[in-house]
Design a protein around this ligand. Structure first.
Ligand SMILES: *Cc1c(COP(=O)(O)O)cnc(C)c1O
Length: 844
C-alpha cells in the first residue's frame, strides 16, 4: 500500500486475513461498529462479535437495515443464511481475533507518533487535555469516549486516517494478560501512566500486579519516552521501559522532570506554574475543579512538551479544556430541562466524572443528580458509595436524589459531609421517581442520571424523555468536531476560527455546540444579539464572544458579560463607555475591546470606507473602549458569478486597514470570511474566519460544496409514525381535501407539522424516509402532524422512525433538497426547527 492508506473492503479483508464476498472491493468503509443498536453511518462495517450472552450474527440483517454496507462474520456461523444481496461479507475464523489483527495492521500503516495512555484513573481526562493542546498545532486523532477495552482499542485504532498527524489511544484492562494483546495493536511511540490505584481491583489482584500489567503496554517503546507519576510506590519495584520522565502535582520539592512550583485555587479551577523538563517555569490555567486534575494536567503537559509543542499552544489548549462525560447523551426537553443520561454503567471513577460534567454544564443553573446503585463492587461496595457521597458534597450539587439501597449510603454520607439534609431525597425504587421529578424539577434545571444499567434508571430516563413529542433533532458532536478540523486543515493553523453560534447555533442549542467547539480550539464565538451571549458566559465559556448586532440599549449586558461588540455608530460606543464608567466605580470592569465593522458592499450595516478613520479615532479617544479587531461581511462569496464583486469587497477591506495603519492605528484581529469565503477565497482568510453553517457539514451553495469535500453531516431531523390506515380509491386526506387516493393506499400519520419546522411547502409531494424508502407527503402539512403514503414500505408499524432529513437504510435526504423544493436556503430551515423538537446530542 502507498503512503495514503485507504480503509477499503479489500484492505480490511487483507489485514484481517478474511475472505471477501462482495461486488465492489474498492468500497471505502467510513466507520466500523460492533454495536447494532445505534444507527450506522453510510458505508459502515458491522462486526458480528460473540460473547457469553450474545451473538452478533443474529443482528447482521438488522445492521443492514440500519444502513451498514458490510459485515464481518465468523466462518462457523451459517453463512448462507446470513448473506443479504447488496451487503458485502468478510468471512473470518474468529471475529474478535480478526478485528484485532485488522486494527494492528491498520495502525502499522501510519508512521506518526502514537501516544498510549493507561492507568487506573484519569485516562480519558489526560487524553482529552493532551488532544486539546495538540489540536492547537496539529490534526489529532483520539480514541472516542472511553473506548479502551479489547474491542474498544481496536475500534479506536481503526479511526486513524491519513490526515491525522498524531494519535492518542487509551488502553484499559480488567484482567491479567490483556495488556499484551493491546500492546500488539497500539504499539505506542510515547507512553503515559496516569496513576496506579484500585479502579478495577477484581481481575487484577494487588497493586503491584496491576502496575506490572499496565506497564506491559510499553514493552515495545524502545527509546521512546515514558511519562509516569513520580510518587507511585507500586511502580518502584518495576524496571520501566523507554526513556523515563516523571511528573508530579506536588509543590513540595519534587524531583520530577515535570512538576508544579506554585498553584492557586481560582474558584473555578487552578492557576499554576509548572516546571517543564528543559524549558523552565511557565504559568498555566485550568478551568476544571478537583485537585486531582492538576496531576492529570501535568501528565498531559509532559507529553505535549515531549512532542515538541509550543508552550503558548499548551497554555491555550489547557485553558480551553472542559470535562466531557465518558458517555455523553444530553437531551433538552420542551419544558427547558436538560437531561444528561449516563444511566448505563456506574463506578466510582465514572460517577465522579459525570458529576463534574453536571456541575460544569449547569454553571449557575440548578444541578440535580439522580444516583442509583453502583453494582459489581463486591466487598468495597459500602465504602465506595460512602466516598461517592463525599464527592457529591464536594461537587456541590443542588439536589441529590438517591434511588435504591446502596444509593442511600451515598445520600447519608453526603449529608454527613455537609450537604444540607433538605437537598437530599431518598426513594426505594425507580417506581417512585416519576412523581418526585414532577414535584421537584423546574425549567432550566440540569439533571444527571447515573447508575449501573441493571437497576433500570435508564428506563426511567427514557420514559421521561418519551413523554414529550417524538420529533427530535439529533446533533452529532463528533461530526461537528470533524468538520472543524477539516476546515482547520484547509485554512492552516495560523488562521483562527470564530464559531458563529447565533440563532441558537442555527437551531441546534448554542451552549452544547459552543462547548464542543471551544474544546477543539476555536478562537472565539459569535452571536447576533447580546442576549444570546449571556447563557454562554453563564455556562462558563471564557472565550471572547463577539456580538454582531450590538445595540446601545444593551450596552449594560455587553459590559457586564464581557462581550465583544461589532461597532459602527458613535451612540453605541458612548453607551458602552457610560456602562464602563459605572462599573469601574464598583471596580468590576476596566474596559472592553470592540471590532470595527466595515461595509464593503453588503449595504446592511457598517462604516463606509470614508468614515473609518474618523470613527476609529473616536473609539481611541473614548476611555474604557479599545479597538480589538476589524471585520466586514461578504455578500456573495458562495456564488462564482459574483467573484469579481467579492474580490472588490476584499480589496475595499484591505484599503480600510491601510488607512488605519497610515494613521498609526492598530486594527487588531482582521476577519472577513463566512463559510463560503473560508473555503473559496484564501485571500479572505486574514487572521480568522467566521464559520456558521459549515460546522454542520452543510454547504451554503453547490460551489462551496464542491470545494469542501469530506464534511460530515451533523444533523438528523426525525419523528415517528403515530397512526396507520388503509384508504379506498376516491377517499381524500387532510384539510381542504387537496389529495385524493386514485387506488387503494396505505397512509401513515407522522408526528411533525409546520409548528415543528416541517415546512408547509412539503405538502403533496415533499418526501420523508420510512424503512429506507422515500414516502411522499399526501395532503397539506398540518400544524402538528402530516400524512405520508407508505404503500411501498413493507411492514411499517406505529412507532417506526421517520427521517425528515438525514440518512436511513442507505438512503438520505439533505437539508438542501428540502430547501430547493421550498425555494429557500438551508439556513432558514434550520433556524425554523421549533423549540418543541427535542435536541439530542451524541458523542462517542
Ligand atoms: C451569520 C454570519 C456569519 C456566518 O455565516 P455562514 O455562512 O453560516 O458561515 C459570519 N459573519 C456574520 C457577520 C454573520 O452574520
Amino acid at each position: 500500500m502507498t503512503n495514503s492508506p485507504k480503509l477499503s473492503l479489500e484492505t480490511i479483508a487483507q489485514l484481517s486475513q478474511g475472505e471477501l464476498r462482495c461486488e465492489d472491493s474498492a468500497l471505502l468503509i467510513s466507520e466500523i461498529s460492533t454495536d447494532s443498536r445505534g444507527a450506522f453511518a453510510r458505508h459502515s462495517l458491522f462486526i458480528a462479535l460473540t460473547g457469553e450472552h450474545f451473538d452478533g450474527h443474529e443482528f447482521v440483517e438488522n445492521a443492514y437495515k440500519k444502513g451498514a454496507a458490510a459485515a464481518m462474520v465468523s466462518r462457523s456461523a451459517d453463512i448462507d443464511s446470513l448473506a443479504i444481496p447488496g451487503m458485502a461479507l468478510i468471512i473470518v475464523d474468529d471475529t474478535l481475533g480478526a478485528l484485532q489483527r485488522l486494527a494492528a495492521g491498520w495502525r502499522a500503516l501510519f508512521d506518526i507518533p502514537v501516544v498510549g495512555i493507561t492507568g487506573s484513573n484519569g485516562k480519558t481526562v489526560v487524553k482529552d487535555m493532551l488532544a486539546n493542546m495538540l489540536a492547537q498545532e496539529h490534526t489529532v486523532y483520539r480514541s472516542p469516549g472511553s473506548y479502551n477495552s479489547q474491542v474498544g482499542v481496536a475500534i479506536s485504532l481503526l479511526g486513524i486516517r491519513p490526515e491525522h498527524e498524531i494519535a492518542i489511544i487509551e488502553a484499559g484492562i480488567s484482567r491479567v494478560g490483556e495488556m499484551a494483546r493491546l500492546e500488539k495493536m497500539v504499539r505506542p511511540t510515547l507512553g503515559i501512566i496516569t496513576n496506579i490505584g484500585l479502579a478495577h481491583a477484581a481481575g487484577l489482584g494487588d497493586l503491584e500486579t496491576t502496575a506490572a500489567e499496565k506497564v506491559k503496554l510499553f514493552e515495545g517503546l524502545g527509546d521512546g519516552v515514558l511519562i509516569f507519576p513520580e510518587d507511585c510506590p507500586p511502580l518502584d519495584p518495576l524496571e520501566l521501559p523507554g526513556r523515563q520522565l516523571s511528573f508530579s502535582s506536588d509543590t513540595e520539592a519534587s524531583d520530577a522532570a515535570y512538576s508544579i512550583v506554585a498553584s492557586r485555587d481560582s474558584g473555578h479551577g487552578f492557576d499554576f506554574e509548572a516546571q517543564l523538563e528543559e524549558r523552565g517555569v511557565h504559568p498555566f490555567q485550568l478551568h476544571v475543579l478537583g485537585r486531582h486534575n492538576l496531576s492529570n494536567a501535568m501528565a498531559a503537559i509532559a507529553a505535549a512538551d515531549q512532542l515538541g509543542l509550543d508552550v503558548e499552544s499548551m497554555r491555550r489548549g489547557l485553558a480551553a479544556f472542559e470535562l466531557s462525560p465518558l458517555r455523553l447523551e444530553m437531551h433538552t426537553t420542551q419544558s427547558g430541562i436538560t437531561f444528561i443520561n449516563d444511566a448505563y454503567n456506574s463506578d466510582p471513577t465514572s460517577a465522579r466524572a459525570a458529576l463534574s460534567v453536571l456541575k460544569d454544564y449547569a454553571g449557575s443553573a440548578r444541578s440535580v443528580a439522580i444516583l442509583g446503585d453502583m453494582l459489581d463492587l463486591g466487598s468495597r461496595a459500602k465504602a465506595a458509595h460512602a466516598q461517592l457521597g463525599r464527592i457529591v458534597n464536594d461537587t456541590g450539587v443542588d439536589l441529590l436524589i438517591c434511588v435504591g439501597a446502596l444509593a442511600e449510603v451515598v445520600g447519608e454520607s453526603a449529608v454527613a459531609a455537609g450537604l444540607p439534609p433538605e437537598a437530599v431525597v431518598f426513594i426505594d425504587s425507580i417506581d417512585g421517581l416519576d412523581s418526585v421529578l414532577d414535584d421537584q424539577l423546574v425549567a432550566g434545571d440540569v439533571v444527571l442520571f447515573k447508575a449501573s444499567r441493571n437497576i433500570g434508571l435508564e428506563r426511567a430516563a427514557e420514559r421521561l424523555l418519551e413523554s414529550v413529542a417524538p420529533a427530535r433533532l439529533r446533533v452529532d458532536l463528533d461530526a461537528i468536531r470533524h468538520n472543524f478540523h477539516a476546515l482547520r486543515r484547509q485554512i492552516g493553523a495560523e488562521t483562527g476560527v470564530i464559531a458563529v453560534v447565533k440563532s441558537f447555533a442555527y437551531g441546534n442549542d448554542s451552549t452544547r455546540v459552543s462547548q464542543t467547539l471551544a474544546r477543539e480550539g476555536v478562537s472565539a464565538l459569535a452571536v447576533a444579539y447580546a442576549d444570546e451571549g449571556i447563557p454562554l458566559r453563564r455556562r462558563g465559556l471564557t472565550l471572547p464572544i463577539l456580538v454582531t448586532n450590538a445595540l446601545a440599549s444593551e450596552a449594560d449586558k455587553i459590559v457586564k458579560y464581557r462581550l465583544t461588540p461589532f461597532v459602527y455608530s458613535s451612540s453605541v460606543v458612548e453607551a458602552l463607555a457610560e456602562q464602563i464608567r459605572r462599573r469601574r466605580e464598583r471596580a468590576e470592569v476596566h474596559g472592553i475591546g470592540v471590532h470595527l465593522e466595515v461595509d464593503t458592499g453588503m449595504n446592511r450595516v457598517g462604516l463606509k470606507p470614508n468614515e473609518i478613520l474618523e470613527f476609529a479615532k473616536l473609539v481611541q479617544r473614548t476611555e474604557g473602549v479599545s479597538i480589538a479587531g476589524i471585520m466586514t461581511h461578504l455578500a456573495a462569496a458562495d456564488d462564482p458569478c459574483e467573484d469579481t464583486f467579492t474580490l472588490q469587497q476584499i480589496s475595499h477591506f484591505e484599503q480600510a486597514i491601510e488607512t488605519l495603519k497610515q494613521a498609526n492605528i492598530d486594527p487588531g484581529i482582521r476577519h472577513v470570511a463566512n463559510t463560503a469565503g473560508a473555503w473559496r477565497f484564501p485571500q479572505a482568510r486574514f487572521d480568522a474566519v467566521r464559520v456558521g453553517l459549515g460546522t454542520y457539514g452543510i454547504a451554503p451553495s453547490k460551489a462551496v460544496g464542491a470545494e469542501s469535500p469530506g464534511l460530515r453531516n451533523a444533523l438528523e431531523f426525525s419523528t415517528r409514525i403515530i397512526h396507520i390506515k388503509e384508504l379506498n380509491p376516491g377517499e381524500s386526506v387532510g384539510y381542504n381535501r387537496t389529495w385524493v387516493a386514485d387506488s387503494a393506499r396505505k397512509i401513515a400519520t407522522i408526528a411533525v407539522g409546520y409548528n415543528d419546522g416541517f415546512p408547509r411547502f412539503m405538502s403533496n409531494g415533499g418526501e420523508v424516509l420510512i424503512g429506507g424508502t422515500r414516502c411522499p407527503v399526501v395532503g397539506t402539512v398540518c400544524m402538528d402532524v402530516s400524512m405520508v403514503d407508505i404503500t411501498d414500505v413493507d411492514d411499517a408499524k406505529v412507532g417506526d422512525e421517520v427521517i425528515i432529513f438525514g440518512a436511513q437504510g442507505g438512503r438520505s435526504i439533505s437539508v438542501d433538497e428540502i430547501a430547493s423544493r421550498g425555494k429557500t436556503i438551508s439556513y432558514e430551515l434550520l433556524c425554523n426547527i421549533s423549540p418543541r423538537v427535542r435536541r439530542i446530542f451524541v458523542r462517542q
